[in-house]
Design a protein around this ligand. Structure first.
Ligand code: SAM
Ligand code: SF4
Length: 483
């Protein structure tokens, strides 16, 4: 089906097609990448300016190993200057694996009779959230197949249940969602339940390729999916996440597709996506998937560095699909969020015995099954500061307002202090002795980097309060201001 403005009207506004395959291929084929151009573009990005499609294509076409190294170095520098050394941690929680779609790459596809379908009931959901809280998690992403059972009302209900769980000092302070696209009314329901980000991955931005992977069900409609986050914006849900599943089509096309989608959201709603995800296809139950578009580690690391340079202020999510060693490398190129202690099998967080992954019980294979604490240890060894901060979302600094706050200085006044405070809470409540020793040292070191003496003093006071049992002491206003 060819996209026409009449095809989808979002709140009575006709949409213009914003993914044009020929346009994207033209950028790839007609852009010439010289040393000078690449360096100029890296410099533009380091001055924190967004890159346009042509500039991104220049980086994509850079194939000299020295230039690729410079792109990666540029991404590392940008990450340090914008995000500092914080990494935000979260965990995925699968709520239901029933699915009416047939996405050929996914273990949950309707035609797969091997996979065991399960939907958590309220008590199971509570047990899972309790187990996650006992590990120290504060941020979750709830994940659902696409099925009539998982209506907006049902999803809103599960969000409310998850928020209500309190295990000792534990609580979930932010819930993001990865679920099927909805109508505007549905998004409104979900927003009312108090979610953070709503993620919908386009999987592939190439319309023809999309058809070959999405054989039946609602997801077979490319345009309905492509316009889903417009409907979210129209519903007032201004915190959205986009993504492409790498391995379905040419990675160069997907990178430009993600940037084009970002430009579209920025142009229409004054705010780009809050996050970009770049999952790579992994093995799944009864999967027999070709490797025509397999993305090598080399191309994968390059494309992540390019995305970082292209959209300096957009959060980037790297999941446990990727193995530990690669995750440790990629984190340096500008990732802002990772998951830790990940388990995909429904109901497995509350199981006491660790079991081998059984692909018939989950969506796909993960390659990093370290516990949350092991990941925190590793981040501390790499001089990163793990963060569970949820301040922006809870103070309503989302969407356009979030972008306003993503300015130099904001990180030092809000994000670093809040990362330190949430880490202090984690140490007090959950960390084993060795992590606690490392963690306090890291906190001390990071407090030293705070230039403003007033902020330093206030952070130290808050830490003393955390030590005496107070919790949730995040900066709601500028940390320089008197609270
Ligand atoms: N069912 C909803 C949907 O399709 O939008 C929720 C998403 S699904 C549970 C989460 C994401 O996992 C998908 O959007 C897709 O990008 C990714 N995914 C599916 N199969 C995968 C595989 N075999 N390996 C890695 N990621 C996969
Ligand atoms: Fe269902 Fe989502 Fe898997 Fe597609 S990717 S089969 S919609 S769970």
């Amino acid at each position: 089906m060819k996209f026409t403005p009449e095809t989808y009207n979002i709140a009575d506004k006709p949409m213009t097609p914003f993914i044009d395959s020929d346009e994207i291929w033209n950028y790839i084929h007609e852009t010439i990448s010289t040393k000078e151009k690449v360096r100029e573009i890296i410099a533009k990005s380091l001055s924190k300016k967004r890159l346009n499609l042509e500039e991104v294509a220049v980086l994509i076409n850079a194939d000299d190993p020295q230039l690729i190294e410079e792109i990666k170095e540029g991404a590392k520098t940008l990450k340090k200057t914008i995000y500092g050394n914080r990494i935000v941690l979260f965990a995925p929680l699968y709520v239901g694996s029933k699915c009416a779609n047939n996405c050929t790459y996914c273990g949950f596809r309707a035609s797969n009779k091997e996979v065991v379908r399960k939907t958590l009931d309220d008590q199971e959901l509570i047990s899972e959230v309790e187990a996650l809280e006992e590990n120290g998690q504060k941020r979750l992403i709830l994940v659902y197949g696409e099925h009539a059972h998982y209506s907006p009302e049902y999803i809103a209900h599960t969000v409310k249940v998850a928020y209500s769980v309190r295990k000792e000092n534990g609580e979930i302070r932010r819930i993001n969602i990865n679920a099927a696209p909805m109508e505007i009314e549905g998004f409104k329901r979900i927003k009312e339940a108090g979610i953070g980000t709503f993620q919908v991955f386009q999987e592939t931005y190439n319309r023809e390729a999309y058809k070959t992977y999405h054989l039946s069900g609602k997801k077979a409609d490319f345009d309905y999916r492509l316009t889903s986050l417009d409907r979210a914006q129209e519903a007032g849900l201004d915190d959205v996440g986009i993504g492409a599943l790498f391995g379905l089509y040419d990675w160069r096309f997907e990178v430009l597709g993600l940037i084009r989608h970002t430009n579209h959201l920025e142009a229409c709603y004054n705010v780009g996506p809050h996050t970009i995800s770049f999952p790579r296809i992994k093995d799944a139950s009864s999967l027999n998937f070709g490797d025509k578009y397999f993305v090598s580690d080399e191309d994968f690391t390059k494309l992540i560095a390019i995305l970082r340079l292209a959209v300096p202020y957009t959060g980037m999510i790297l999941t446990a699909r990727e193995p530990e060693k690669l995750r440790n490398e990629i984190i340096q190129y500008g990732v802002s969020q990772i998951d830790g202690g990940t388990k995909l099998e429904l109901g497995s967080y509350s199981k006491t015995v660790k079991e081998e992954q059984n692909l018939n019980n989950e969506q796909f294979k993960i390659n990093d099954d370290r516990s949350l604490n092991d990941i925190i240890d590793e981040l501390l060894d790499q001089e990163m500061i793990p963060s569970f901060c949820t301040s922006c979302y809870r103070r309503g600094r989302t969407g356009e307002h979030f972008m306003e706050f993503s300015v130099p200085g904001f990180i030092k006044r809000f994000c670093t202090p809040n990362a330190i405070l949430t880490m202090a809470e984690y140490i007090e409540d959950y960390a084993p002795e060795q992590t606690a020793i490392k963690g306090w040292k890291a906190i001390e070191k990071n407090i030293e980097t705070l230039e403003d003496e007033k902020i330093k003093k206030s952070v130290l006071e808050k830490i003393e309060k955390i030590k005496t049992g107070e919790r949730d002491l995040y900066y709601k206003k500028d940390a320089r201001a008197k609270e």
